[in-house]
Ligand binder design. Structure first.
Ligand code: LLP
Length: 412
């Protein structure tokens, strides 16, 4: 829900130039209507099929965003105790939470047990044993699933592919059966499901569907062997369009593919989407500070940097950069760079784009997922504020950090 009206870029009914002027830059802005529409696309596509859409908190964990999704009925996929604390603070329901991650600490497992989360996606045998002993101490039964590693290629950036046997994630699918069998000896665990997550920013859903077939197969075998498997958790991973002309898989079509494969299987389906819910719902606003040329290169120096949005530097990610107010200048090919003292500090390289002069505002698009959450204070830069738009209204949901914030907890 970002579009131009006359020359101004709007988020819903709010002119983004107004937000930039009032809140300052850099600043993240999110469309609540887009977030809700993306969540509902999943929920509605599953229809009557028993399902749970567990939003992956890591993609954007701001309290107001979590609260919006909790109110819409979402469950949550967490990967740390901190994420559970956020879900609870936002009014989320612990009984709709699944806990993923390869390195959960005892303290995190205990915190999650004490809050009665739905299920633990366990990634190793020692983790399963630890969970059992912690549940035993409390005299409660913990629901778990094994995160299987199906060894399928998600065809995405190597840093965000997780379903190959060379990755640290999960338990190899061919070993999973034996691990479930051994886990039956643990009196305080109940095998509730089978889970997987093969990667992120997946544009061709074929490998996701391939993994589903493998999970269904495994769940059937486990049930035949007497296990109580009740759900399949397919993880997240559906990509979004970052580049012009890139086509994101439609959620409805993807879910239709899932339904086809799950027909006649009496299992609750769970998914853990992050990016496909919040990615396209956010932009990072920035202001042009300077223009300069070095050799043949044209630079647009802006006030947002790699500490605000690290995706271009870390994953060679492409984010479209557009003006908040269109001008009549001829287009340019430029590097858009921030103030940080590293050549890796760029938001775009050799980018054909609309021309922009000092004082102009720009929007870095599709920055709602893995944007703010991966931001840092590098170069002692205060983290940007976040703004949530709803119709013609907007509010600051996180204040810009101050210099004292930068030093909180420190002593000389
Ligand atoms: N479930 C699990 C267990 C995950 O590890 C992830 C993401 C998700 C769900 C959500 O995946 P999504 O639907 O958002 O693709 N920082 C990287 C992305 C890392 C994704 C890690 N895991 C980036 O900026 O592209």
């Amino acid at each position: 829900m970002f579009s131009y009206s006359n020359s101004d870029l709007y988020c819903e009914q709010v002119a983004l130039a107004d937000v930039a002027a009032r809140v300052g830059t850099p600043a993240y802005v999110y469309s609540s209507q887009t977030i809700l529409a993306n969540y509902r696309a999943y929920d509605e596509a599953f229809g009557a099929l028993p399902h749970a859409v567990c939003y992956a908190v890591k993609a954007n964990s701001s309290l107001a965003v979590l609260a919006l999704l909790a109110k819409a009925g979402a469950g949550f996929d967490i990967v740390s105790g901190g994420e559970l604390a956020r879900v609870l603070a936002a009014g989320g329901d612990a009984s709709r939470v699944v806990f993923s991650g390869v390195g959960k600490t005892a303290a995190e497992l205990e915190y999650a047990l004490d809050h009665g989360i739905h299920s633990f996606n366990c990634e190793s045998e020692p983790e399963i044993a630890l969970l059992d002993s912690l549940a035993a101490r409390r005299g409660i039964k913990a629901g778990f699933s094994i995160r299987v590693n199906p060894d399928v290629d998600a065809a995405t950036h190597p840093y965000i592919a997780t379903g190959l046997s060379q990755n640290k994630f999960g338990i190899a699918i061919e070993r999973a059966r034996a691990v479930y069998d051994r886990a039956r000896a643990f009196a305080y665990l109940s095998a509730e499901g089978v889970s997987c997550h093969i990667g992120s920013q997946i544009l061709d859903p074929a490998p996701l569907l391939e993994a589903v077939d493998m999970l269904v197969d495994l769940a059937r075998q486990l049930r035949t062997a007497g296990a109580s498997i009740r759900h399949l958790d397919l993880g997240g991973g559906l990509g979004i369009a970052y580049r012009p002309g890139e086509i994101a898989p439609a959620v409805a079509a993807f879910v239709a593919g899932l339904r086809e494969r799950l027909a006649g299987v009496d299992l609750t389906v769970m998914v853990e989407p992050g990016r496909s819910i919040v990615g396209a719902a956010g932009v990072l606003l920035t202001r042009v500070l300077y223009r300069k040329q070095n050799g043949a290169k044209e630079f647009i120096v802006v006030d947002a940097a790699m500490n605000d949005l690290i995706r271009p530097a870390l994953y060679q990610a492409h984010h479209e950069i557009v003006p908040l107010r269109r001008n009549a200048l001829p287009p340019v090919v430029a590097d858009v760079v921030g103030p940080i003292c590293e050549s890796g500090d760029f938001l775009a390289r050799d980018r054909p784009m609309a021309n922009a002069m000092p004082g102009d505002f720009l929007a870095v698009c599709a920055a709602g997922a893995y944007g703010f959450v991966q931001s840092s204070n590098y170069n002692s830069r205060p983290r940007a504020p976040e703004v949530l738009v709803d119709g013609a209204a907007y509010r600051v949901i996180r204040q810009r950090e101050t210099y004292p914030d930068l030093m909180r907890g420190e002593t000389v």
